[in-house]
Design a protein around this ligand. Sequence first.
Ligand code: SF4
Length: 231
Amino acid sequence: MSVLSAELDAKVAHVRQQLRQAFTDASELDDVCLTCSFQAEDVLLLKLALELRPQIPTLFLDTGYHFAETYAYRDRIAREWNVRLINLLPLTTVAEQEAQHGLLYQTSPDRCCAARKVEPLFRAVANYKVWITGLRREQAKTRAGLEEAAPFTLPGGKQVLKLSPLAHFTTADVWHACEELGIPLLPLYALGYSSIGCEPCTSLPLDPGDARSGRWAGRKVECGIHIEAAK
Ligand code: SF4
C-alpha cells in the first residue's frame, strides 16, 4: 500500500468514526440529515453515511435551475443506492419567479439564492438536530476556518449541530476516495467543470487554481446557506 493510500485510508476511517459517533449521539433516525448537491464530496459523504444509516434523510436543493445532467445523475444515484431523497423546493416555481422578477440570477443573484436555496434549506434543516455537510476547507478562502463540528444558528434562533466530516479533505483526496470506493461521478466533471451548481451561474473555472472560480462568474463566492444567521 502506498503512503498516500495509507493516509487516505486513515482520513476515510476518521470520517466513518465521526459519522458513527453522530448517529450514536442522535439515535433517532430523523434527528440527523445530510445535504447533498451531488458534487463529488457530497456523494462520497453520502456513500459513507449510507453504510451506517441507510435511511438517512438526504436533502437536495431543487432550485429548478440545475443542469439536466445533475438531475439525471441525482436520479441515478438515488435509484441505485436507494437514497431517501428529499427535494427541497422554493416557495415559487422558476416560471413564477421569472414572471414576477425576471432573471434574478442576472440582476440580483443574492436575492435568487436567498429564495431558491437559503430559505428552503434553512426551513428544512430546522426539522433536525444535526446537519451533515460535505464542506471542505480547501474549497474557498471563506471556508478555510471550517470546523468539523460547530453549532449553527438558523434564522429564528434554533441551533443545530453542523458536522463537516470532510473538512480536512483535499480535492485529490475526494477523487481518490471516490475511485477507491467505485463511486461514479457527475459527468460534468469530465467536461472540465470543477465546481457545479445551478446552470446559469456555473461556468468552466476562470482561474485553473481556484476550483470555485466558475461559480457566479466571480460576482460572489457563496450562495448563503453556509452563512450563519446573526445570533
Ligand atoms: S446559484 Fe444562480 S440560479 Fe441558483 S439560486 Fe443562486 S442565483 Fe439563482
